[in-house]
Design a protein around this ligand. Structure first.
Ligand SMILES: [Fe+2]
Ligand SMILES: [Fe+2]
Length: 194
């Protein structure tokens, strides 16, 4: 049975699931993502409710074991890419989105924000971009880039979204890890001004 957003308090149910499925440390990260995401939503006139649901849902399945990701792929009839088979943790956004979609009537915007938050995607709307940026810059992220991006995001969200994707690509290269194709597509969608 699916829950309906209007007739049930979906957000509080997702919060409960997130608390149940994750460590305290990760739950604090998720709460921090939500706080920043709601501030950005207010700044850019996006629904704070949508952003809250996406924030609380984004890392719901971040704590699964590799074999459990593969089990969920089978359950949802999702065919993982080679990169995902080698690093199943990369599936946590997609599995979180598919799981939540099987339990609740979440909007396509929330679904996509959760589904693509690891890599970004060229078709992400403002809710999705806010989640990618907030995930990278939330107050618990203490590295220099996060602090700079956190302030800059309120001036130019699109630009910071691209900078976050660039940083993810650079990190992957530095660690000798594969680059998710959707991240490259986002980077190439840059208008290359200035
Ligand atoms: Fe994540
Ligand atoms: Fe996260």
């Amino acid at each position: 049975m699916k829950y309906n957003i209007e007739s049930n308090d979906v957000l509080s149910q997702i919060k409960e699931l997130t608390k149940k499925f994750n460590s305290i440390k990760r739950y604090i990260h998720i709460k921090n993502v939500e706080s920043l995401a709601v501030e950005l939503a207010e700044r850019f006139d996006v629904s704070p409710e949508e952003v809250s649901i996406a924030a609380y849902g984004h890392d719901l399945m971040r704590g699964l074991k590799d074999c459990e990701y593969m089990e969920y792929c089978r359950l949802y009839n999702y065919h993982p890419s080679k990169i995902e088979i080698n690093r199943p943790i990369l599936l946590h956004g997609k599995i979180s989105a598919m799981y939540l979609n099987s339990k609740f009537d979440i909007s396509p915007s929330c679904y996509n924000a959760i589904y693509w938050h690891v890599s970004g995607h060229i078709n992400l709307d403002l809710t999705g971009k806010i989640i990618v940026v907030s995930d990278f810059c939330e107050i618990g992220r203490t590295h220099e880039e996060a602090t700079i991006f956190r302030d800059e995001a309120f001036q130019n969200l699109e630009k910071v979204y691209l900078k976050v994707i660039k940083s993810k690509i650079e990190w992957a290269l530095k660690k000798n890890r594969p680059i998710i194709p959707e991240s490259i597509e986002v980077w190439n969608s840059n208008s290359w001004e200035d």
